[in-house]
Design a protein around this ligand. Structure first.
Ligand code: SF4
Length: 385
């Protein structure tokens, strides 16, 4: 079987080249062709010796995930649905802003954590993505956007591992993908601009801090164990005190001097004034008394029928944010992006989990949106980017 070179970080690629009898510096050339120039055809890699290109053709390939569909929002957000086989699909979302381009990347097909408010969690867990499948989302998005926008310079400046899955439950595959994102011969992203989001895999947070400290976001969602046990079942294994202590340890190695806490606002569940006070008390107990050790990001909930939960009102979110900010805890409210294309995590892929009718449903959806065939839809959407 040929090796998929997207699976390797630079060290892994160097070992692969050594096995082919090639010097390590060849790996740097190859890595740059793949990640910086988006090449997948070895014949296009003209500064590699012909003999090496022939060797590569028989032993390796650069295989990205097939794109099932692309949806472009009126606000410029683009969501891609990728086929990972066996009726499963994963999502990546590009969010353009004036000063940055952010790609939200998935780490697993489905998720085993089963958070109550999460559409992906309700779909159950299928499998871990390989490192190649994780980096493939960035590889595709970066080079697609460059080509489509006619630009040579980097377009994606930030990556957030906040798509489908709990990244730290797929650590062995996440790590080479992160290293490729950060590598100057790869995407050259700053550690401060690559964020791993976790629901609280405490022991792996420590490992990430040792192996590859990037920015950290923690899905908090509740200030007390009873409520968090219900919303984020992983809390039963790693309760709040353990989680907050792990955050304190991470701060010592983090590339930024704060941890971001994500907090999904659920009407009547975790958005009351009393809960806001509990949250303030919790955040003040940790961080060694340093103001600004954490930031809170309030996320308007994207309702889906199976959750039985409602989105907090705008007034409740604003009031909650005000109380936290008045207490000196920097609190922002996440802008909703791509509402018209279901850009919230798990919403499109959920449709794909119906394995018996996967392509049929996608084709129907495309046809509905375009009024004719799926292929034409794709071209039209690409033109709108
Ligand atoms: S919020 Fe994240 S960790 Fe929780 S179920 Fe969804 S994908 Fe998994």
């Amino acid at each position: 079987m040929r090796a998929n070179l997207l699976d390797y970080d630079l060290e892994g690629l160097a070992r692969f080249c050594e096995r082919l009898g090639e010097k390590r510096f060849r790996a740097v050339q190859l890595f740059r062709w793949i990640h910086q120039r988006g090449a997948s055809d070895f014949d296009a890699m003209t500064d590699l010796a012909k003999a090496l290109r022939e060797k590569l053709k028989t032993s390796a390939l650069v295989q990205a995930l097939p794109v099932i569909s692309q949806h472009v929002s009126a606000d410029g957000t683009i969501k891609w649905l990728f086929d990972v086989g066996a009726g499963d699909a994963i999502e990546a979302v590009y969010i353009p802003e004036a000063d940055r381009g952010t790609l939200c990347v998935s780490s697993q097909a489905g998720c085993a954590v089963a958070c109550r408010f999460c559409s992906t969690g309700h779909q159950g867990f299928s499998r871990n993505l390989t490192a190649g499948e994780i980096i493939s989302q960035l590889w595709f998005a970066e080079h697609f956007l460059r080509k489509h926008l006619g630009r040579d310079e980097r377009i994606i400046s930030n990556v957030v591992m906040m798509g489908m899955g709990e990244p730290l439950q797929n650590y062995a595959e996440l790590l080479p993908a992160l290293r490729t994102m950060l590598d100057d011969h790869g995407y050259g992203l700053s550690r401060r601009r690559v964020t791993v989001s976790t629901s609280g895999m405490v022991p792996i947070m420590d490992r990430l801090g040792q192996d590859c400290p990037v920015a950290l976001a923690v899905s908090l969602h509740a200030p007390q164990d009873a409520l968090r046990d219900d919303l984020v079942p992983l809390n039963k294994k790693y309760p709040l005190d353990e989680l907050m202590r792990a955050c304190e340890r991470y701060l010592a190695v983090a590339p930024r001097d704060f941890i971001t806490f994500e907090y999904c606002m659920l009407q009547g569940v975790n958005d009351t004034p009393a809960i806001a006070q509990e949250l303030i008390a919790l955040l003040r107990r940790y961080g060694q008394g340093r103001a600004g050790w954490c930031k809170l990001n309030l996320i308007p909930f994207n309702p889906f029928p199976a959750s039985g939960l409602q989105r907090s009102t705008q007034a409740a979110v604003a009031a909650f944010a005000r109380v936290l900010n008045d207490a000196g805890i920097i609190t922002t409210v996440r802008k909703t992006r791509g509402d018209d294309i279901d850009a919230a995590c798990g919403q499109l892929a959920g449709e794909v989990r119906d394995r018996t009718s996967v392509m049929l449903r996608i084709d129907k959806r495309k046809a509905r949106e375009a009024g004719h065939s799926g292929v034409a839809t794709k071209v039209e959407i690409l033109d709108a980017v």
